[in-house]
Design a protein around this ligand. Structure first.
Ligand SMILES: [Fe+2]
Ligand SMILES: [Fe+2]
Length: 184
């Protein structure tokens, strides 16, 4: 079976991130209403940090964008804007990390503000990448470079299948929690 290419692999990341964000927005709204968050915020934040920030954004910044910037045809302004989005998103993640213990209304508000900001920014960001960056990348990646990029992807994250499985598991868990909350 043919192995998925660079853009196909990143698109799987995006599908999982989009599904997670849908649930994450509902999760933040529940916190805003004063409900007990489940799964624990530590677990949810760990997913954001490990899967979206350290895994997916690293694949883009350190491998995809770096590779594309070797071509004069890749839009440098777009690349800078995307990396800027990644940095902005990290500020929201830091904001959530600072109020993990949500015992006071102020801390809950800070989590919700950062969480919803993160979700909106990341949703718009991945939509822009899917619409503009990935099609441009697909036309700029030479078929001969696919093996090199695949090897670099594997070097940065040898456990892609595990990351994807963990993401799906968390999404199912959040889904069940929301269903339980809706039925309560
Ligand atoms: Fe990105
Ligand atoms: Fe992305």
């Amino acid at each position: 079976m043919k192995r998925p290419g660079t853009i196909e692999r990143l698109t799987v990341d995006h599908e999982l991130i989009a599904a997670f964000l849908d649930h994450f927005i509902a999760y933040c709204r529940r916190i805003d209403r004063g409900e007990q968050p489940s799964p624990a915020p530590e677990l949810v934040l760990e997913f954001i940090e490990s899967f979206i920030e350290r895994f997916h954004h690293a694949r883009e910044e350190q491998i995809l964008f770096e590779h594309l910037l070797r071509s004069s045809k890749f839009d440098r302004v777009m690349a800078r804007r995307l990396v800027h989005d990644h940095h902005d998103a990290r500020h929201h993640v830091d904001g959530m990390r600072q109020v993990l213990d949500m015992r006071t209304p102020d801390r809950r508000t800070a989590w919700v503000w950062n969480g919803l900001g993160y979700a909106q920014l990341t949703r718009e960001h991945i939509a822009r990448e899917a619409r503009e960056t990935y099609p441009a990348a697909a036309s700029l990646i030479h078929p001969q470079d696919e093996a090199l990029l695949a090897e670099r992807f594997d070097r940065i994250s040898p456990n892609e299948a595990e990351f994807w499985a963990a993401a799906r598991e968390l999404i199912v868990q959040m889904d069940q929690t929301l269903e339980r909350a809706a039925g309560a």
